[in-house]
Design a protein around this ligand. Structure first.
Ligand code: NAD
Ligand code: MLT
Length: 320
């Protein structure tokens, strides 16, 4: 069984191969970015499909006022900007491309861990500004240090594997991690209470859900080793930004690398102070921003739209 997709709106920058693939298979595509909510709703009166990345917020109002809409696809992993409950209520299918950008997010995480250990961004900036400050930017070896991976899904596992090549001891917590998988990857499966006082570096790779909101907070940071490093390339909100800022100011936390923030782009003063802190390396949600990942997510989401409309054999979508 398939559904008729007369046309599709792409409302965020997604690799061109997405629209091309749909158009080549007889699904007309309209590309319009930076639409206000009202503009989006007006435009969606004409389309059965919508493809977004992060900027477009597909909320209850959009689902309620766009009766033609049948499918929303996110060219990425998380579907945080799509109201799933509202979609379900209206019978709209929501698709994503989990896994298509995992390697890119993993590689950014590993890059940030190395940069934290060796103060690379700060040293580069200092030299560009004309200083020769070898003492200030001395760092630490990763070899022999303990990395905690919280969330051992697609990205967490890849990070664990790669950081083992630096001779790091990798410990991990994930409620779904089995002893067998932990043994296969060569990580030590610990409880969170065991993780906090043991880790030199803690990297989070969970979704943002009630159980993970503010997972790293004032209480958990107080249980960590003095001088712990925190890395978040998952979702803003998993780390309590105010608690992290306080731990950096007190020196309890030696540094943090953040790709994601509670509000994006960040405007609130706490986040801005955090980004400006000399011990923080901050990137503007670049985890999936590689040519390879963007092509993969774009193609995968287009293929899923084609499968839904009965035009592709690459994915078998059943039960519609
Ligand atoms: P995944 O679903 O493969 O893995 C998530 C893991 O988290 C699962 O194994 C799950 O069991 C675990 N988990 C759930 N609740 C937990 C808890 N309370 N404590 C510990 N572990 C818990 O997801 P993924 O593809 O690896 O993505 C991980 C995160 O990275 C997501 O938030 C995703 O949105 C984000 N992400 C960010 C970027 C970026 O650009 N920065 C790119 C891709 C993905
Ligand atoms: C994702 O969920 O895939 C990431 O946030 C990356 C992105 O879409 O930019």
């Amino acid at each position: 069984m398939s559904i008729t997709l007369g046309s599709v709106l792409i409302s965020d920058p997604v690799d061109v191969c997405c629209g091309e693939l749909l158009a080549r298979n007889g699904i007309p595509v309209t590309i319009k970015y930076k639409l206000s909510k009202e503009e989006l709703i007006k435009e969606l009166q004409n389309h059965e499909g919508l493809i977004v990345r992060s900027e477009t917020k597909v909320n209850n109002d959009v689902f309620a006022r766009c009766p033609k809409l049948r499918v929303v696809g996110r060219a990425g992993t998380g579907v945080d900007n799509i109201d799933l409950q509202a979609a379900t209520k209206k019978g709209v299918i929501v698709l994503n491309a989990p896994g298509a950008n995992s390697i890119s997010a993993c590689e950014l995480t590993c890059t940030l861990i190395c940069n934290l250990a060796r103060n690379v961004p700060q040293a580069v900036q200092s030299l560009k500004e004309g200083r020769w400050d070898r003492k200030l930017y001395a760092g630490f070896e990763l070899s022999g240090k303990t990395l905690a991976v919280v969330g051992m899904g697609r990205i967490g596992r890849e990070v664990a594997r790669r950081m083992q090549a630096f001779a790091m001891r990798v410990i991990a917590f994930d409620p779904l991690l089995t002893q067998q998988v932990a043994d296969e990857i060569g990580v030590e499966k610990l409880s969170l209470d065991e993780i906090w006082p043991t880790a030199d570096y803690i990297t989070v790779h969970t979704p943002l859900i009630p159980q993970t909101r503010n997972l790293i907070n004032a209480t958990t940071l107080a249980k960590c080793k003095k001088g712990v490093y925190i890395i978040n390339v998952a979702r803003g909100g998993i780390v309590d930004e105010e608690a992290l800022l306080n731990a950096l100011k007190s020196g309890d936390c030696a540094g943090a690398a953040l790709d994601v923030f509670v509000e994006e782009p960040p405007k609130n003063p706490v986040t801005l102070q955090l980004i400006a802190h000399p011990k923080v390396i901050a990137t503007p949600h670049l985890g999936a921003s590689t040519e390879e990942a963007q092509q993969r997510v774009a193609e995968e989401i287009a293929q899923q739209f084609l499968a839904l409309s009965g035009k592709s054999t690459k994915y078998a979508i059943t039960g519609i």
